[in-house]
Design a protein around this ligand. Structure first.
Ligand SMILES: [Zn+2]
Length: 268
């Protein structure tokens, strides 16, 4: 992983404990077509897009392109803690918390003040819960000044809930705010504490461009939640998703903020 970072000019990255078995999709034109259709439907709020999204997660498994990947209901934070000890100059870490697990607040307290851990990652979509389950975690994060990285479920208006209840909480919505996109951007535009990230195959260059146009370069962060592709199993490649930012037609200083400056400011 460090070699991949070096070859793409990534000096430091914030790790997240795995939420599921390693996903690997074989490239195929059918997959491309299905993904394009899915994105188009979400972007344009076409009825049925939510049910396609919801069907990705069922019975503790993530289902994609005919394959199923087990979801880990209690992500293993020790993996990231160990990596931070081994490579403190290259890695930061997100604490992954599932509020439905017993002792989740104790788990949060175990790591929140450890050097290198910069915030909390939560997954209402894969872990299948209402945004309201995050009240206590959000309260801790707000009072400690730690951001929350949230991969939203399709729960209606869930993107409004925490920013309204915890106005000083810094929130990053993963994958440009999937599955809400335009609706979320409209809301986030005037909310100083909401940011979005531009990672993973949930999005593509066109959605990245629309995100930056809608929110401006100060609210967009490259790659919090999977800023890579994978052309071989378990080999992560930053080049493609990073290029999505590099290819934007905006001044270089704005790209630098998206690629790291905004994030550094947030975690200071
Ligand atoms: Zn995600």
């Amino acid at each position: 992983m460090i070699a991949g970072m070096d070859s793409n000019g990534v000096s430091k990255t914030a790790l997240i404990p795995p939420m599921n078995e390693t996903m690997f999709e074989i490239e195929s034109s059918l997959n491309h077509y299905l993904q394009r259709t899915f994105k188009f439907m979400i972007l344009n709020s076409i009825p049925g897009s939510n049910s396609i999204y919801n069907n990705l997660v069922k019975d503790g498994y993530f289902h994609l392109a005919g394959r199923s990947y087990k979801i880990f209901s209690k992500p293993d934070n020790t993996l990231v803690a160990d990596a931070l000890i081994q490579h403190p100059s290259r890695f930061l870490g997100w604490i992954a918390i599932n509020p439905l697990e017993p002792h989740s607040l104790d788990e949060l307290e175990t790591y929140i003040d450890c050097p290198g851990f910069i915030g909390v990652k939560v997954h209402p979509f894969m872990h299948d819960y209402s945004i309201k389950e995050l009240d206590q975690i959000a309260d801790v994060c707000q009072s400690r000044g730690k951001p929350m990285l949230i991969h939203l479920s399709s729960e209606r208006d869930s993107f409004k809930y925490l920013p309204i209840k915890f106005p000083k909480l810094k929130v990053i919505y993963a994958h440009a705010g999937v599955p809400f996109w335009r609706e979320l951007w409209k809301f986030a535009k005037n909310q100083p504490s909401i940011f979005v990230d531009t990672s993973s195959d949930y999005i593509n260059p066109s959605i990245v461009k629309k995100t930056v146009q809608a929110l401006g370069f100060r609210k967009v962060l490259y790659g919090c939640d999977g800023p890579y592709g994978m052309s071989k199993f378990n080999e992560y490649d930053y080049s493609l998703k990073k290029k999505w930012i590099e290819d934007l037609i905006i001044p270089n200083y704005q790209k630098d903020l998206i690629l790291g400056g905004n994030f550094l400011e947030m975690i200071e």
